[in-house]
Design a protein around this ligand. Structure first.
Ligand SMILES: O=c1ccn([C@@H]2O[C@H](COP(=O)(O)O)[C@@H](O)[C@H]2O)c(=O)[nH]1
Length: 236
């Protein structure tokens, strides 16, 4: 069977009605919807439930705290039944292992457990940004280090840029689910993203999912922009 890269639309807004309208419009075209800090902190869990109803949900809250607090947070957000959810790999192996254990316990028999993704190095960071935080390794090296740690600790997958897919596959094989933001159709503004690739390049590199926000939601016609990316993925 050929590998199909799936598209997640990031609905980054504080406006519940706007998110509902995109969910209707864009949600019919893409494979999953992402709701993150902006929407969840502004509108709350009940709104997340309403917007994601009938869609596959990537709940991207990037938890990063002591193991006990992260476990409690994951236990609470598991009630929203996301397909995918995130923590920061740099929180360490104990935090990741406790997170995985918590998600396993939070799910009833017969239900699908939310997949736990570890964010390696944010796609908005380059080598200079990493150096500011005391990491003197290039992004690729740091992604590999954190990716290995996270998978050994029980993560189901990783968030990385498209530039790190090949080295991660070489080191970890097909097992990790690779979710890839920092995606820009040719000619689109990078905005604050530093490690970017086009949808077709990311698909050819072997991304399982790509995440696209502003190129869709800030387009004049978001549904048309989403369809163009789906078409680019299909012909990659
Ligand atoms: O490393 C990361 C992790 C998460 N994101 C999230 O993806 C979207 C990307 O939005 P764009 O508008 O396409 O840049 C956004 O919600 C981020 O929170 C990421 O970009 N990089």
């Amino acid at each position: 069977m050929t590998h199909r890269t799936r598209l997640i639309a990031a609905l980054d807004t504080k406006d519940r009605q706007q998110a509902l309208s995109w969910a209707d419009d864009v949600g019919r075209i893409v494979d999953a919807l992402k709701l993150g800090m902006e929407f969840t902190y502004s509108c709350g869990f009940e709104a997340v439930q309403e917007v994601s109803s009938g869609h596959s949900l990537f709940l991207d809250l990037k938890l990063h705290d002591i193991p006990n607090t992260v476990a409690s947070g994951l236990s609470a957000l598991a009630s929203l039944r996301p397909a995918l959810t995130t923590i920061h790999a740099s929180g360490g192996s104990e935090m990741i292992a406790r997170g995985r254990e918590t998600l396993e316990k939070a799910i009833l028999p017969g239900e699908t457990r939310p997949k736990l993704l570890a964010v390696t190095v944010l796609t908005s960071m380059n080598a200079e940004g990493l150096a500011e935080t005391g990491v003197d390794a290039p992004p690729r090296e740091q992604v590999l280090r954190l990716g290995k740690l996270a998978m050994q600790a029980g993560a189901d997958g990783l968030v990385c840029s498209a530039h790190e897919i090949a080295p991660l596959r070489d080191a970890l094989g097909d097992d990790p689910i690779l979710v890839v933001p920092g995606i820009r159709p040719a000619g689109a503004s990078a905005n604050d993203q530093k490690r970017i690739m086009t949808p077709a390049q990311a698909a050819r590199a072997g991304a399982d999912w790509i995440v696209v926000g502003r190129p869709i939601i800030r387009a004049e016609n978001p549904a048309r922009a989403a369809q163009a990316i789906m078409d680019e993925l299909a012909s990659a």
